[in-house]
Design a protein around this ligand. Structure first.
Ligand SMILES: Nc1ncnc2c1ncn2[C@@H]1O[C@H](COP(=O)(O)OP(=O)(O)OP(=O)(O)O)[C@@H](O)[C@H]1O
Ligand code: SF4
Ligand SMILES: [Mg+2]
Length: 390
């Protein structure tokens, strides 16, 4: 049955109920080799972009992924879409390990998950009309078999993203940034996906346009039963759009929770620092709220700290466990924290109950002067300069 967009709901709404697991990520690692040498291409180390992630994404939900630049968000998103091969671990999509599929079986599954990129200009071929861009994916997946049906579908896609059918004959440069992102969304929708990974989908857009694109994504989700993984550094955007949120630090998830609860009861010291940087509209609350400034640079993912990866910057670091044992995500017994809320900190309970005092952290800086500079867009995350690689 078609809704007001004219498009059919995602396949999953016919085969699986909302709330069931659609994506299951287990022990996922994506390591990139660091090569050196002109004659012999020696591998001298690895960037551990994703380093042991377990998460599930349920049908029909929006899972938000946050964390500072270089922590592995995009790599995780690409690995879920089978665009980066895993070094270890697995990604099950609707119960199937996509990495094990080949040929026609892989092609069939591929159309069920699509990506929307940050910069629509660089992800859309400027030499192709919008019609050609939309047809490309449909042809690749054998969805352009009947000229009349294709004609109708192209118009439905444009209407679904709020663009006139006359736009089909135009080129990407003839559109504004927000309109180009709508084309990027239409292209993702053209093959009828179940899951869309949107990597910073609005951060390249003017603030006034961001809300329109976010609303569009939400409307389409409701109507088509889509499942989203949204990567964003703007915590307000993530909160607005997400059902659940995962916080990443140096290749791993450090906290995961239902969206509202993460903001109300942040348990991991890193999450607390991020949340403390978000301004509160109420001036009284704003004046009295806890502010935690992180000192020191994000360590290199090629040489991550031992034990808890956050221990070099953690204001609650303890003499025992923190430097030696990597904490696993676990449910904790803390007031206001529900069973779906998991945190990777040895001392989460003691910190939440105020039994451990916050202390100063001596900054451990790296040589790279630009790495770690604040972003100029007001976000609490560090500048996207990339970490130093040895
Ligand atoms: N193809 C690659 N080869 C080598 N290293 C890579 C590659 N892609 C990413 N990396 C490195 O992996 C780490 C994680 O990168 P990723 O792009 O996933 O981070 P991110 O969280 O998306 O950052 P940003 O917020 O800046 O987009 C970084 O250190 C990055 O330099
Ligand atoms: S395990 Fe230790 S270093 Fe890591 S976040 Fe918790 S208190 Fe801080
Ligand atoms: Mg990224």
């Amino acid at each position: 049955m078609s809704g007001s967009t004219g498009l059919d709901p995602a396949h999953d709404t016919r085969t699986g109920a909302p709330g069931e697991v659609l994506v299951e990520v287990s022990g996922l690692e994506v390591h990139f080799p660091i090569k050196r040498g002109v004659v012999f291409d020696r591998t001298v180390g690895h960037v551990r972009a994703v380093d042991g992630v377990d998460l599930t994404i349920r049908r029909g939900e929006t899972y938000g992924l946050v964390g500072e630049s270089g922590c592995g968000k995009s790599t995780l998103g690409k690995a879920i879409l089978n665009l980066e091969p895993p070094t270890a671990g697995s990604v099950l999509f609707d119960g199937v390990d996509i990495a094990s599929l080949k040929g026609e079986a892989l092609r069939r599954e591929r159309k069920r998950f699509q990506m929307v990129f940050q910069d629509p200009m660089s992800s859309l071929d400027p030499r192709q009309t919008v019609e050609a861009l939309l047809l490309e994916g449909m042809r690749a997946h054998g969805l352009d078999t009947d000229a009349s049906a294709t004609h109708t579908r192209l118009r439905e896609l444009m209407s679904a993203v709020g663009l006139p059918p006359s736009g089909l004959k135009k080129y990407p440069h003839e559109f504004s940034g927000g309109q180009r992102q709508r084309i990027g969304i239409a292209r993702a929708l053209s093959v009828g996906p179940d899951l869309i990974v949107a990597d910073e989908p609005v951060s390249a857009l003017d603030v006034s346009i961001q809300a329109q694109v976010i609303n569009l994504l939400q409307d389409l989700q409701e109507e088509l039963g889509l499942t989203y993984l949204v990567v964003a550094h703007d915590l307000a955007v993530v909160r607005h759009i997400s059902d659940r949120i995962g916080v990443m630090y140096l290749g791993g998830l450090v906290e995961e929770s239902e969206a509202g609860e993460l903001y109300d009861v942040p348990l991991h010291p890193y999450t607390r620092a991020l949340m403390s940087a978000v301004p509160v509209p109420d001036p009284e609350v704003e004046d009295s709220r806890e502010q935690i400034l992180l000192t020191g640079d994000l360590p290199s993912p090629a040489n991550p700290p031992t034990g808890c990866r956050f221990h070099t910057r953690c204001p609650w670091r303890q003499e025992t466990l923190c430097d030696t044992e990597r904490p696993q995500l676990r449910v904790v017994d803390v007031a206001g924290s529900s069973p779906g809320h998991r945190v990777a900190c040895h001392w989460a309970e003691e910190i939440a109950r105020g039994e451990i005092e916050r202390h100063e952290v001596a900054p451990e800086t790296t040589d790279e002067s630009s790495w770690g500079a604040p972003r100029d867009d007001g976000s609490p995350f560090l500048a996207p300069d990339g970490p130093p690689v040895p």
